[in-house]
Design a protein around this ligand. Structure first.
Ligand code: TXA
Ligand code: MG
Length: 322
């Protein structure tokens, strides 16, 4: 995979100011040279993403972060050493040279080193840091296969690298390190339970009017079909055309037109990896509603429930991951 002609071509496109969709271990990204503001602007255009929503800069090597940020607090360094490459994004005070469009005018920048051979070769070959949001239209579910990207952004991107299905399946965990405080901005592919033993208590951001991570908007990661989290068996009598997103097994087979099971063996990693594909399959069936079963909020279950709440638009201050 290392220096395949396709990756070389993709790197050439990035160097020439184009945009390329590429796999990471979490979800597919849509990347451009982070220091080419015009190229980055095209990402916003293609995604129809509001300019107030900053992008994550992807690096191929932890040492490259030094040129992007003012300083790296020791707790951030610890996490980077332990979990990179991996599903962890750190938000730090940015160096002035980072284009404003990348950081949405904030004094900070989000950085991450992805754990996927294609992503890492692409960064290495293109010899630049790559600014990349998830490769989906703004507000919709993130893509976890190249096919998802093709369906939604197909001809609008210069090239799509196909690295198969993403192994983690939910976006990276975002932690900010500002003014001496560590704060979880988005639960994701790296569980909080793995972070806190290393650096102590991490604050959890409350929902805000002006979110510091717009992935934290109440309705986000949403399919077209309404998702309902808060339901019971009695509710179901009124509906004919509904689907079920089940965690482990389907208790009520008859009522649903289609059932997706996230993990038969109840494995949270498998459930996370299947989440967006399962919702997409349900969304393609023109159902009236998708009933979703809650999963236990431990480990990756926290990220899964966060995405389900946002997809259902029921995110509320007291439903923050605790
Ligand atoms: O797993 C991931 O993180 C994927 C892959 C492609 O790396 N990327 C991803 O990017 O999910 P995106 O743009 O869909 O989500 C990034 C989130 C957004 O909610 C954005 O607001 C937040 O990160 N973010 C970026 N820069 C930030 C900053 N300086 N401060 C606070 N939040 C920031
Ligand atoms: Mg996204």
């Amino acid at each position: 995979m290392k220096e395949s002609p396709l990756i070389r071509q993709a790197a050439q496109i990035i160097r020439n100011g184009g945009i390329v969709a590429f796999p990471t271990e979490t979800v597919y990204g849509l990347g451009a040279d982070a220091f080419n503001a015009l190229a980055v602007a095209r990402i916003f255009e293609v995604k129809r993403r509001p300019y107030f929503d900053p992008l994550i800069v992807h690096v191929g090597n932890p040492a490259n972060v030094e040129g992007l940020v003012k300083e790296i607090p020791s707790s951030a360094k610890k996490l980077m050493e332990r979990f990179w490459p991996g599903p962890l994004t750190v938000v730090l005070l940015k160096e002035e040279n980072i284009p404003d469009i990348v950081s949405a005018g904030l004094p900070t920048v989000a950085v991450r080193m992805p754990n996927h051979p294609m992503a890492l070769s692409l960064i290495k070959e293109s010899r630049c840091s790559i600014a990349a949001p998830s490769a989906n239209p703004f507000g919709y579910l993130s893509p976890t296969t190249a096919e998802h990207v093709r369906e939604q952004l197909g001809d609008q991107v210069d090239l799509i690298l196909d690295g198969g299905p993403c192994s983690v399946g939910v976006e990276s965990t975002i932690v900010s390190f500002l003014e001496g405080e560590c704060r979880l901005l988005r639960p994701g592919g790296l569980p909080l339970e793995e972070i806190e033993p290393l650096i102590g208590k991490v604050e959890i951001s409350p929902t805000e009017d002006r979110p510091s991570a717009p992935g934290m908007l109440p309705r986000h990661y949403a399919p077209r079909t309404p998702i309902v989290l808060d339901w019971n068996e009695e509710n179901l009598e009124f509906y004919k055309n509904i689907g079920l997103l089940a965690f482990q097994e389907a208790k009520n087979n008859v009522k649903f037109r289609h059932i997706e099971i996230l993990s038969k063996k109840g494995d949270m990693r498998e459930a996370a990896a299947n989440l967006f594909t399962a919702i997409r399959r349900l969304d393609a069936l023109n159902l009236d509603l998708i009933m979703a079963e809650p999963v236990p909020e431990i480990g990756l279950g926290r990220a899964i429930m966060d995405r389900l709440r946002r997809a259902s638009g029921t995110k509320s201050a007291n439903s923050l991951p605790a």
